[in-house]
Design a protein around this ligand. Structure first.
Ligand code: HT9
Ligand code: FE2
Length: 375
């Protein structure tokens, strides 16, 4: 037996997230960070700013990440793993580059990244890898050591991510008035993205036919729907729908929108709908505003009872899944063949994004993938 820790060769875990404003003065600079060079119409920005101001200028995402950090540290320590966990964001403090400066100052050189996005897409995967490359370039320019950075495989179909959503769906069904419960439909929701980005999501062999982004969400939706049917004995209609569209109206994005979907199923006689935000790891502003505010208002207008399933957030089963994924990847890096848990039909995702995975509209360096300019 060697005396290497089970997480070797990694010496740090990085929680990489989107970031969000923490007060009214943060909202405009945050939105400027998010939208720099992305061609989002001014009107849309004003509208999204209004969503944040409705909640005092505070996004729920940072507190969700602080709680996730707490349970991850507890989970790792409880398993006897001495692996420090750092937190850095794309768009708000703590900024990723500052976090990596601290991480190398603390002596770490081999980092494994957990992004708060479970699926393949440019926005949810490659853009984070570009952020990592930018941060590594900044460290290099400052003459600091450049750590080697890897990213965990997509965890959309890991049981520690899916099972909490099954329980959350059952709990949301229970929250509906009893007389509409048996007939309630399930609406699985995720962030809409441009159809062009969806079609090229994932590795090249998945491109076309909606790409990996839609296929992965459909797989999770089907797994949850089947588990709920097994648990309740009721086979209910379900659909994958979208929310939070931005961008110019003439550019096609994934549809239908959740609000249009509520109207459609209401018209077809659905007695109630449970909305299950499978595309979001925790309660982001998209969940609080686009679902809990806008879609709930739409349902009220229709007289359609709705309930919203909780997001995974800091569920201890998710923290345990992250520990398993860390140990799995560490073993693979050591040349072992670890067991890889996955539910559904797609199987475990790749460890290393191949060249051409989730391409950007204009190519830029991205770390933690086969095309990384860093080792
Ligand atoms: C797939 C996806 C995820 C899920 C994966 C993941 O989690 O990473 C996600 C997450 C998030 N998106 C967020 C916020 C925003 N996203 C925007 C804009 C955009 N999102 C896109 C996609 C996604 N976004 C896209 C294609 C755009 C268009 C512009 C572009 O191509 O980049 C804009 C600009 C205004 C607007 O148009 O809405 C904002 C403010 C927050 C923080 C919320 C909070 O504060 O709680 C989070 C977690
Ligand atoms: Fe990718």
């Amino acid at each position: 037996m060697s005396d290497q820790p089970a997480h070797a060769p990694y010496d740090a875990l990085l929680l990489l997230s989107f970031g969000g404003p923490e007060g009214p003065d943060d909202v405009v600079p945050f939105l400027e960070n998010v939208t720099r060079g992305r061609g989002i119409p001014r009107e849309r920005l004003k509208e999204v700013g209004r969503h944040y101001f409705l909640f005092g200028g505070v996004s729920p995402i940072n507190d969700q990440n602080r709680e996730l950090l707490r349970v991850l540290r507890e989970e790792l320590a409880g398993a006897g793993l001495d692996l420090p966990v750092y937190w850095g964001n794309r768009n708000w403090t703590p900024y990723l580059t500052d976090t990596l400066r601290q991480l190398v100052a603390d002596g770490h050189r081999r980092v494994l990244t957990l992004a708060t996005s479970a699926y393949a897409s440019y926005s949810g995967c490659r853009q984070y890898r570009e952020n990592l490359a930018d941060a590594l370039a900044a460290l290099e320019a400052e003459g600091l050591p450049v750590p080697r950075v890897d990213k965990l495989r997509h965890y959309f179909n890991h049981p520690g991510f899916v099972r909490p959503m099954v329980d959350a769906t059952l709990a949301a069904l229970d929250a509906l008035p009893e007389e509409v419960r048996a007939g309630a439909h399930l609406a699985f929701t995720t962030h809409s993205i441009p159809t062009a980005a969806a079609d090229t999501s994932g590795p090249a062999e998945d491109h076309g036919d909606g790409g990996a982004y839609v296929a992965q969400h459909l797989d999770v939706a089907r797994t949850i729907a089947e588990a709920v049917r097994a648990e309740t004995g009721t086979d209910r209609p379900w659909e994958l729908v979208y929310q939070s569209r931005s961008g110019a109206p003439h550019i096609p994005w994934l549809e239908p929108d959740i609000c249009d979907h509520l109207e459609a199923v209401h018209g077809e006689g659905a007695p109630a709908v449970v909305m299950v935000p499978i595309g979001f790891v925790s309660d982001h502003m998209e969940v609080k505003y686009d679902l809990d505010t806008e879609a709930v208002a739409k349902a009220a207008e229709l007289g359609l009872p709705v309930a919203r399933a909780a997001t995974v957030g800091a569920d201890p089963r998710f923290a345990a899944a992250v520990r398993e994924l860390v140990l799995e990847r560490a073993a693979a890096e050591r040349g072992e063949r670890p067991e890889r848990c996955a539910l559904g039909a797609l199987g475990p995702s790749h460890d290393l994004c191949p060249v051409g995975c989730c391409p950007a509209r204009s190519p830029r360096p991205a770390a933690a993938g086969a095309d990384s300019p860093y080792a």
